[in-house]
Design a protein around this ligand. Structure first.
Ligand SMILES: O=c1nc[nH]c2c1ncn2[C@H]1C[C@H](O)[C@@H](COP(=O)(O)OP(=O)(O)OP(=O)(O)O)O1
Ligand SMILES: [Mg+2]
Length: 200
């Protein structure tokens, strides 16, 4: 089976990519399975810059194509925060629970109609001696009053996607993977995968 390296240490993302690439008969291998590879510092100011940093650093080390995902939560009432800083919103230790608590505290008293938000996912595909390519996906929704649900990762327990009453963490992984920002970004990438499987 063909392999695609995903430059991520996030276990939730890795699980979702395995599911997506399975459908194309490809095995997604994350950095958790390649522990000799470094964790890339995300010094960029945009999702694109950070996705490119992660993909290009690993592609240069391995001399093979690498996919990276930089993603986050944009909340309108917080002027777009936590945005690019979603993973570290409550501190460098990247604690999902602390990040959720910080967001809910900042949104205290904000009514549902003003709690609109979106998840954004930018995928970068880096190949040696080739310009990096980008694909983007969005999932619109709003922030719940309290966390609920055990599925998924990150901000899923407080994100209610448009068209649903449940949080992303209450929805099954199957449903999340049909509607998520990550799925929508993968759909942008799909044509490239289908046309040129040798890329990977
Ligand atoms: O589907 C999602 N459901 C819930 N939360 C999500 C999702 N997708 C991204 N997020 C949040 C998690 C983290 O707070 C940030 C990503 O940060 P981001 O730097 O891209 O990932 P990361 O540091 O966890 O792993 P890595 O850089 O190794 O890929 O956005
Ligand atoms: Mg990161």
């Amino acid at each position: 089976m063909k392999q695609i390296i995903i430059a991520t240490k996030n276990k939730g993302k890795a699980t979702e990519f395995k599911e997506f690439f399975n459908a194309y008969d490809m095995a997604a291998v994350s950095l958790n399975e390649r522990e000799e590879l470094p964790d890339v510092e995300e010094t960029g100011e945009t999702f694109e810059q950070n996705a490119a940093l992660k993909a290009e650093t690993i592609a240069n080390i391995l001399s093979q194509p690498v996919l990276a995902d930089d993603s986050g939560l944009i909340i309108d009432a917080l002027d777009g925060r936590p945005g690019v800083y979603s993973a570290r919103y409550a501190g460098e230790d990247k604690n999902d629970q602390a990040n959720i608590n910080k967001v809910l505290t900042e949104l205290e008293g904000v009514p549902q109609k003003d709690r609109t938000a979106r998840f954004i996912c930018v995928l970068a595909v880096a190949r040696p001696n080739t310009e990096t390519q980008f694909y983007q996906g969005i999932c619109n929704g709003h922030i719940s009053i309290a966390p609920s649900g055990k599925n998924g990762f990150g901000y899923d327990p407080i994100f209610i996607p448009d068209g649903y009453q449940e949080t992303m963490a209450e929805l099954s992984p199957k449903v999340k993977n049909q509607i998520s920002h990550r799925k929508n970004a993968i759909l942008q990438l799909e044509e490239t995968i289908r046309k040129n499987r040798s890329l990977y």
